[in-house]
Design a protein around this ligand. Structure first.
Ligand code: NAD
Length: 277
């Protein structure tokens, strides 16, 4: 079972997808096995990026899956070395070629690096030509959106940002909700960090529902209408992370989890990227 979140233009995005960061093709076929496990478990939404170096491998598995291209929701991202109007259009064509597709369901600027304003114009053009169904960004802060607003014809429809119970992004979330920008979480499981998986509040909630801490965390995201793309190379966990639609968290449990926010990110601060192009 899965459910969808609608972008401002009506495109339906599968709320629970699969991230492929750090999953690489090797001579043992681990990549193919991993992605096929995910497809078998029911994932249809896959999140990659040029910088992950696995677009081609993902494209091959999808082409050989027996399912049609339109059954999948594919996201890729423009890396900072490909920012600029022409460069971003070229990067898009390269990503499509590697993924063996003529269009992308979602294409995101990976970071607000230099010339992101020109890159955004390229995304608007590709969107108007029907090559990308949903255009968006990742790791953008409020000031990046406000700067882009001055010249954008279409505002980003989604922002993919680090989010988990220890870093809930409350302020940015409110801004995004007011501006109809969807929230997509990267690192939805805190990138497997022990401090999350060994947290007593989460462990108690998980026990009371006979679920795992990972499932409680993913359910918390779903209840906040966040799109999630957990990654796993473990077949058991791939299934476990999809098995989150047969229970729910009470308001009280959601509030208990809200209190776990430390306001501290685990990654590089995207504010380090310049606001002006
Ligand atoms: P994640 O939060 O999905 O954590 C993945 C790790 O958590 C796994 O490697 C494993 O160690 C552990 N894990 C997974 N399932 C588990 C379970 N059921 N129980 C216990 N441990 C479990 O972290 P991520 O992979 O960094 O983020 C997800 C996706 O987001 C990536 O694969 C990528 O597609 C995307 N991403 C985007 C950016 C960006 O800058 N836009 C940055 C990082 C990741």
């Amino acid at each position: 079972m899965s459910r969808f979140i609608e972008a401002i233009n009506g495109v339906k995005i599968p709320q629970l997808g699969f991230g492929v960061y750090q999953i690489k093709r090797d001579k043992n076929g681990s990549f193919e096995k991993n992605i096929n496990e995910a497809i078998h478990a029911g994932y249809r939404h896959f999140d990659t990026a040029r910088i992950y170096g696995n677009e081609e491998a993902l494209g091959d598995v999808i082409s050989n899956s027996g399912f049609a291209r339109k059954d999948f929701f594919l996201t890729s991202k423009v890396w900072t070395t490909d920012l600029g109007y022409e460069q971003t259009q070229r990067a898009f064509e390269k990503s499509c070629k590697k993924l063996n597709t003529t269009y992308l369901d979602m294409f995101l600027l990976h970071f607000a690096g230099p010339h992101y304003v020109e890159s955004w114009k390229a995304l608007e053009k590709l969107y108007s030509e029907g090559r990308i169904r949903v255009i968006g960004v990742a790791n953008f802060e409020i000031e990046h959106f406000e700067h882009l607003r001055k010249t954008a014809k279409i505002m980003p429809m989604i922002n993919q940002i680090e989010t988990h119970p220890k870093f809930q992004q409350q302020k940015l979330r409110e801004y995004m909700s007011q501006n109809q920008i969807l929230h997509e979480a990267w690192g939805p499981l805190g990138q497997g960090n022990k401090s999350l998986f060994e947290n007593d509040t989460l462990k108690t909630i998980a026990r009371s529902h006979q679920k795992t801490v990972g499932q409680v965390v993913l359910r918390w995201h779903l209840n906040r209408d966040t799109i999630i793309i957990p990654k796993s190379s473990n077949p058991q966990r791939i299934k476990e992370n999809m098995d989150v639609f047969d229970f729910n968290l009470s308001d009280e449990e959601m509030q208990q989890i809200a209190k776990l926010d430390t306001g501290k990110r685990s990654s590089v601060d995207p504010k380090g990227y310049q606001v002006n192009p």
